[in-house]
Design a protein around this ligand. Structure first.
Ligand SMILES: Cc1ncc(COP(=O)(O)O)c(C=O)c1O
Length: 450
């Protein structure tokens, strides 16, 4: 692996310019020290000081194919030589082929795609289309969700990243999540929230089902804690939607493209949404890209209407070419199958880790999409750090992530959940390497646990 030469001067210059001129996402600028990264390959990236890090987060759970995949890099170069960019109004080979591939890969009769620059824009267009199609204005979203940072997507978002953007767009109403470990309804059997239908039906009764255009869900919740819906949940939601003429939008920006061990997470439960939103793993972010894929009836409906939506870079040539190459590589290298197989390893190994560490309250996930939920007390389930913790309150988890980084493991932590979401191309040896470091640093969390 071509780890770069140590270059302290370059690192210093990158750091200084970054500090002076760059505004970073979701951060207090003066409290962050972004790591200058010199390069990456496969499951690793490295800094200018000769340190190499195993990427257990695929950056923002997007580099699913791994870093610098030669086939995707070659496709971008080849496309750049031929045609770097062209307006969205023309037809071009890379976009046509990608749209065909999405129709082939996505479940059911999802067939027509609108391409965006990322996940938020895919969700914006999904709710716009749902409102237009149904003639209704309300959208049901959940609390433990993230749908992006643009005006509509951040209003759909349930987590506190929404607060600074409020009051947001009108018409978004919220339902509770099937978070069985911390069920908001106290989880009676049968649970009205975790089985899906009773809670949604009740909410629709209060809102008026004929005012609701769509329900939007992350099929498996990502940053808000890797919440896997209980079997039967999605199907029940689908049935309620069908009963009331409400569209189901599944946001698989994070969960899609093999992350859960299937091409699309909704396939675990045989549910086809009316609109599927995608980004991240579609091309691992080599060039920004997202998509909204719609079912045949919606596609037929929209064909003779004026679609009032657009982006200068809708279906950007380089982005589409990289996605086509990435999908080809996924198929040939059986990357989704690798995600499923190593997901089985995590399903065995993480409960063993939980046996050794009293700070682990719950482990859950599918494929290479797992969360390790940390607690102070397994009986009371008091979280290791409080909901929406930051600064000193978040220190016990931040300390763990820092200790992991010092040992060469890059982790994505969100409040009291450690995510395990490496590139789907990871090998068993690399997975074991990461789990060994995690095992070691969990001792720090155990210091706070009863
Ligand atoms: C589930 C989900 N939806 C939407 C988004 C927004 O995607 P983007 O940042 O590409 O706009 C994200 C980003 O993390 C996400 O996880």
């Amino acid at each position: 692996m071509a780890v770069t030469q140590i270059d302290a001067e370059a690192a210093q210059r990158v750091r200084e310019l970054d500090k002076r001129y760059v505004l970073h996402s979701w951060s207090v600028q003066n409290q962050i020290e972004p790591l200058p990264v010199a390069g990456a390959e496969g499951r690793y990236f490295w800094d200018y000081d000769g340190n190499r890090y195993l990427d257990f987060a695929s950056q923002l759970v997007n580099v699913s194919i791994g870093h610098q995949h030669p086939r995707v890099v070659a496709a971008i170069k080849e496309q750049a030589d031929r045609l770097c960019t062209i307006g969205p109004g023309v037809a071009h080979e890379a976009r046509s082929e990608l749209a065909r591939l999405l129709a082939e890969l996505t479940p059911g009769d999802l067939t027509m795609s609108f391409f965006t620059n990322g996940g938020a824009e895919a969700n914006e267009n999904a709710i716009k289309l749902a409102r237009w199609y149904t003639g209704r204005h309300k959208i049901v979203a959940r609390y433990r969700s993230y749908h992006g940072a643009t005006a509509g997507a951040i209003t759909l978002t349930g987590d506190p990243r929404r607060w600074p953007a409020e009051p947001g767009i009108p018409g978004v109403v919220r339902m509770l999540d099937p978070y069985t470990y911390r069920c908001p309804a106290g989880h009676p059997d049968p649970c009205p929230v975790c089985t899906g239908a009773p809670h949604l039906e009740e909410l629709l009764q209060y809102e008026g089902p004929e005012t609701v255009a769509a329900v939007i869900l992350e099929t498996i919740v990502g940053t808000n804690g890797i919440i896997v819906p209980p079997d039967g949940y999605l199907r029940a939601i689908r049935e309620v939607c069908d009963r009331h003429g409400i569209l189901l939008i599944l946001d698989e920006v994070m969960a899609g493209f093999g992350r859960s061990g299937r091409w699309f997470a909704c396939e675990h439960w045989d549910v086809v949404p009316d609109i599927l939103t995608l980004a991240k793993g579609i091309n691992s972010g080599y060039v920004p890209l997202g998509a909204m894929v719609i079912r045949e009836p919606l596609a037929d409906w929209v064909r003779d209407k004026y679609f009032a939506g657009g982006l200068t870079y809708s279906g950007h040539v380089l982005a589409c070419a990289s996605a086509v190459a990435s999908i080809d590589a996924f198929r040939e290298e059986r990357i989704v199958e690798n995600s499923a197989a190593l997901g089985d390893v995590l399903a065995k190994e993480l409960p063993l880790l939980a046996e050794r560490h009293p700070s682990i309250g719950d482990v859950r996930g599918k494929g290479l999409f797992w969360g390790v939920e940390l607690v102070r007390d397994r009986t009371t389930r008091e979280p290791l750090v409080p909901f929406n913790a930051s600064g000193q309150a978040a220190a016990p988890v931040a300390r763990l992530a820092k200790a992991a980084l010092e040992r060469g493991l890059y982790l994505f932590v969100h409040w009291n959940v450690v995510m395990i979401a490496p590139p789907l191309t990871i090998t068993r040896e690399e997975l074991d390497e990461g789990l060994a470091v995690l095992d070691e640093v969990l001792a720090l969390a155990d210091e706070h646990a009863a």
